[in-house]
Write a new protein. Structure first.
Lengths: 248, 248
């Protein structure tokens, strides 16, 4: 078991280091990058927006129902919603969702290319397949995921504000006051650092699982599931490590 | 000319190639035949550099290709075209983009020149007008022809084809054989074809290498194969009632 784990880590490092070599042709890399911005980033915008708005709304309503003490001011709800969105929900929970959506897509796409000899075809042409297939995906996610997370924070707060106002549980002024209170700009930096690390984990682990598939469609399906499971576990573990390192 | 010199290859302790030596001649269709598990595919994968050999050498016109660094192989790889069993076309690219792929990666041709080359090779494989189609929209025979077009788009010196007729009806199979033969003559290529199809061997096998249990058992041409007294080869070639009757 330990030997197998070490072998997998070694394989992962080899694949990722192959991916990080200089691209064979810059123009081809840029074209791939643009395509991956669309496939991994823009196509995730809808689900990100939907989940963020509703989560912001749910957080606000739940908090309003649970805070019934007259000694706790209502603006605390706006403050708490902001902190939850910035510190945990947007960077971590959305990354877990991306691990499912983007991770399975990458693993199955690259895995299918492996079993249908498309990766062999790239190799015999003299192209570095890991570099051609994986580097644009990692780069696209590292650049685009922070953008998505910033939108997620914004949309989550909008969702909370609308829900609080529409239900009458939190007056608009109180929610906005809370949202603006005790703001630490570093929390945004913290959220963005986490997002970049999680984006790297999702894309590199999923690409590795797809790239090293052996067999047929069953193995591609298994690689896709493994990619989601391993990425999710690593996201949670690194969430703890980064929180300890950056916030404590 | 490709010189294979006493190559040996094992997987997990099982020796697949037990010292194979042969020469694939320029301007000829060189065919490798043998039963499943005889080592044909392993021999071809060693020749195209997908497997490293345990011992022995493979030379392309006197230039050693086996067991050298990938960077040093690149020059020879650009002179090589490979047709994989399933075609290995890139699903996300159109026929035109697939054929243009090696040109995009390794040449500084203008778009106009590249499109001219694409039309030239597609015309050679009788697929003019299919430029904008995706692989999913093509029949099995068309996929093979596009794969041939991609393999010859750089006008290679060496062409490898792994089971080019597998999964094709007899008429389309004959067309593919004829096409490979004509391209070999037109571009004076060293063509190596791995096949089970005795019809192909008898039609275009200018040099035939029979592999058995990882060893080179017999060599000759498509005329000699009919008159040889090699017992194992006869057993393989005339294994069906129909071929036995034809021989009589």
């Amino acid at each position: 078991m330990a030997l197998q784990l070490m072998q997998s880590v070694g394989e992962y490092v080899t694949v990722v280091s192959e991916a990080f070599k200089r691209p064979d042709k810059g123009s081809v890399f840029r074209r791939q990058l643009m395509s991956d911005f669309a496939a991994l980033g823009l196509e995730s915008f809808g689900i990100m927006a939907f989940i963020s708005i509703f989560m912001g709304a749910i957080i606000t309503i739940q908090m309003a129902y649970n805070i019934d003490s007259p000694f706790i001011p209502l603006y605390t709800i706006g403050f708490s919603a902001r902190q939850m969105m910035v510190l945990e929900f947007s960077p971590t929970i959305l990354s877990l969702i991306f691990a499912g959506k983007v991770g399975s897509r990458i693993a199955s796409e690259i895995g299918t290319m492996r079993v249908t000899e498309q990766i062999d075809a790239l190799k015999v042409m003299g192209v570095n397949p890991a570099n051609y297939l994986i580097l644009p995906k990692i780069t696209a996610a590292i650049i685009f995921n922070p953008v998505l997370i910033v939108f997620s924070i914004f949309l989550g707060l909008v969702g909370g504000w609308v829900a609080g106002s529409a239900t009458g549980l939190v007056p608009s002024d109180d929610f906005i006051l809370g949202m603006r209170s005790w703001f630490e700009p570093f929390t945004i930096t913290y959220a963005l650092i986490k997002t970049v690390v999680f984006a790297f984990i999702i894309t590199s682990v999923s690409a590795y699982k797809g790239y090293t598939v052996k067999g047929g469609s069953v193995e591609v399906g298994k690689a896709s599931t493994d990619a989601i499971v391993i990425s999710s576990i690593l996201i949670i573990v690194f969430d703890l490590i980064l929180t300890q390192m950056l916030l404590v | 000319m490709i010189t294979v010199n006493n190559i040996k290859k094992s997987f997990d302790g099982q020796q697949i190639l037990k010292g194979v030596s042969t020469v694939f001649e320029q301007g000829k269709t060189n065919m490798i035949i043998g039963q499943s598990g005889s080592g044909k595919t392993v021999l071809m994968k060693c020749c195209i550099g997908l497997f490293d050999v345990d011992s022995g050498t493979i030379e392309f016109n006197g230039r050693v290709f086996s067991n050298i660094k990938e960077k040093k192989r690149k020059h020879i790889r650009k002179e090589m075209g490979v047709l994989f069993q399933g075609g290995a076309l890139f699903d996300s690219l159109t026929v035109e983009e697939n054929v243009m792929f090696p040109l995009n990666m390794f040449t500084k041709m203008s778009l106009k020149e590249k499109l001219k080359r694409v039309d030239f090779v597609l015309e050679h494989v009788n697929l003019r007008g299919a430029n904008k189609k995706y692989p999913a929209e093509l029949s099995g025979g068309m996929i093979k022809r596009v794969a041939i077009a991609r393999a010859i788009s750089m006008i290679p010196k060496y062409l490898f084809a792994d089971e080019p007729n597998s999964g094709l009806d007899p008429k389309t199979a004959e067309l593919i054989d004829k096409l490979l033969y004509e391209l070999t003559k037109e571009f004076n290529m060293t063509t190596v074809i791995n096949t089970h199809d005795m019809n192909s061997v008898l039609q275009i096998g200018e040099k035939v290498s029979f592999l058995r249990e990882g060893m080179l058992w017999w060599e000759g041409n498509n005329k000699e194969i009919l008159t040889t007294d090699n017992e194992e080869l006869n057993e393989f070639v005339f294994s069906t009632e129909l071929t036995r009757r034809l021989k009589k």
